[in-house]
Design a protein around this ligand. Sequence first.
Ligand code: KIV
Ligand code: NA
Length: 275
Amino acid sequence: MKTHKQLGQMKKTGKKIAMVTAYDYPSAKQAETSGVDMILVGDSLGMVVLGYESTIPVTVDDMIHHGKAVKRGAPNTYLVVDMPFMSYHVSMEQTLLHAKRMFQETSAHALKVEGAGEVLNVIQKLTFAGIPVVAHLGLTPQSVHVLGGYKVQGKELEAAQQLIDDAKATERSGAIALVLECVPSSLAALIAEVVNIPVIGIGAGPDCDGQVLVYHDLVTYGVDRLPKFAKAYTNLNSVANDALSAFVQEVKSSAFPSDEHGFSIQEETIQHLYG
Ligand code: KIV
Ligand code: NA
């Protein structure tokens, strides 16, 4: 398993970091087997696993429940867990209590928070308390209603400058890595250059220090529309739908189960029972 120091070293030596989300035991196991450097229990679980419209309904308990399953599936991979909507905004006391529970109960290696500004204090305090923090800038889905939709961030000069300043500020506050979501590729490249922590991009072009994708997008599982920045490496929807339809047909036609799927008993015993 890599430490965050080693992940930082990968940036320095130009080795790309591969990160994927996971939300349960099987996806975590697959991620670990495939050799990803980092796993994220993203609050995207609200959408891709729980069927909500956004990440906003996701709770601390949801994150812990899924985080623990992921840890069991991938005990030897660097694990980051998202702090969900409003779990780090009400007061520093409540933030620390949520973070303590999430960090202890999931045995994560780091927690991730969205935004800069006031959130810089959160990054500082958690780091001070011994919890490594991954920052998340650009499109921050927990603020979708403030941002006015899921769209590319940092296109105007002022917004781009703000993003650069925020990225530097998260590093100064102690963040060990930065996720950049939906940012023009050349701006993301510049940000990756001006900060020393690894920048993991999603919809942020090829010049980030690493890439993260949502598991369900990557394998096309459950989702029916992919965001522009995602790449489908396979289609589990069609594999699973074909399998399920075949099962239904075989039950209806009595083709399943066949003898090989059943258990036997001695003929005399059954004759005896028939009387
Ligand atoms: O929740 C999530 O999946 C994320 C990634 C998109 C970075 O935050
Ligand atoms: Na997230």
